[in-house]
Design a protein around this ligand. Structure first.
Ligand code: DAH
Length: 340
């Protein structure tokens, strides 16, 4: 073994180390040169057979080479690790100037928005919000509201009867009775809730819709109170002065009874397709609570006076937002819903 051989070995190793691209390769080359059974180890072992002076000289050079290679390997390994780290950092780099992706947020349904608005307006005027069951008895839905069995007035409400003798309430008026049974006047309540009718659907009718019932009972309550509250409600709900009128009508549970109409908010009363050229839109039924209704609720009719009304919530929302088909509310059509 000569110094020449060591020098060749050194150059070869250096060259190979330089070409290495990853840690695995580097490890293989390390083993090839510095492994226990590999070239340099063999050289060192073969020294035993040489005369002393030569052995010392070559031994020294071989050890130097060994140390040199160790340092080279270490350097290369450091270099590769730094490169890996740099690449990872480049990949993970975040451009904070790129516009962010907006998450799609949900929002309230237009009917919920309208319902909350109605509730807020009446709460400010001292009304409590009361709820009742969707499934009712005939007593609460009809009899107690002065609509006896076989009375033709029942025909006004096409009813879904259930097999167990109960029914889906056709209006929110039964909650008037339920509330008066349990609470003593003076009373001011509104009752938002679903009602169901066995009816064909068209742009202004659905077999399920929302009503907002209102009830005020005290010692001396008149139609003037009804007009004042309703007028204030319209002003706040439509956020403008709205002309309205009470037209005589018939409901079994009120006497006298009215149809409440507002001056068409679409054409300002001039006459359009929505108000059928009349300039007026019917939005609620109302009236003074019938004595029989007080009686059915356990109150003494001569002691109390009251008014009641029933609004269709969809109708109110359609007028406020200028929606021309009631069926859109439950269509689930996002093109409609995302406009709110
Ligand atoms: N319940 C009636 C209906 O659904 C609406 C109504 C009319 C409610 C007059 C009332 C009222 O409270 O006084 O057709």
């Amino acid at each position: 073994m000569t110094k020449m051989n060591l020098k060749l070995l050194k150059n070869r190793a250096k060259e190979e180390i330089e070409k290495v691209k990853d840690l695995k390769e580097l490890n293989e080359i390390f083993n090839k040169y510095l492994g226990k059974k590999e070239e340099l180890a063999l050289i060192l072992r073969s020294l035993e057979r040489l005369p002393k002076t030569k052995r010392m000289k070559i031994g020294k050079s071989a050890n130097e080479l060994k140390n040199f290679l160790k340092i080279e390997f270490e350097k290369k390994s450091q270099e590769i690790k730094e490169k890996i780290q740099k690449e990872a950092e480049e990949k993970e780099w975040i451009d904070i100037t790129v516009p962010g992706e907006k998450p799609v947020l949900g929002h309230l349904h237009p009917l919920t928005i309208a319902k909350r608005k109605v509730e807020e307006i009446f709460q400010v005027m001292g009304f409590s919000i009361i709820e009742g069951p969707d499934i009712e008895t005939e007593w609460y839905n009809f009899d107690a509201l002065n609509i006896p069995k076989e009375h033709p007035a029942r025909d006004i409400w096409d009813t879904f009867y259930l097999k167990n003798g109960l029914l889906l309430r056709t209006h929110t008026s039964p909650v008037q009775i339920r509330h008066m049974e349990k609470n003593n006047p003076p009373l001011r309540i509104i009752v938002p809730g679903s009602v169901f009718r066995h009816e064909a659907t068209d742009p202004s009718h659905e077999f399920q819709h929302y009503q907002i019932e209102g009830l005020m009972v005290d010692k001396r309550i008149s139609v003037a109170n009804l007009k004042a509250i309703i007028g204030e409600f319209f002003r706040r709900f439509f956020e403008k002065d709205v002309k309205f009128r009470l037209k005589p009508d018939y409901f079994p549970f009120t006497e006298p009874s009215f149809d409440i109409g507002i001056s068409c908010v679409i054409c300002n009363g001039k006459g359009c397709s929505v108000c059928k050229k009349s300039g007026w839109l019917e939005v609620a039924g109302a009236g003074m609570v019938h004595p029989n209704v007080f009686k059915a609720s356990g109150l003494i009719p001569k002691d109390w006076q009251g008014w009641a009304f029933g609004f269709g919530l969809e109708r109110l929302a359609m007028l406020k937002y200028k929606i021309n088909d009631i069926r859109l509310f439950r269509s689930g059509d996002l093109r409609f819903l995302t406009q709110f």
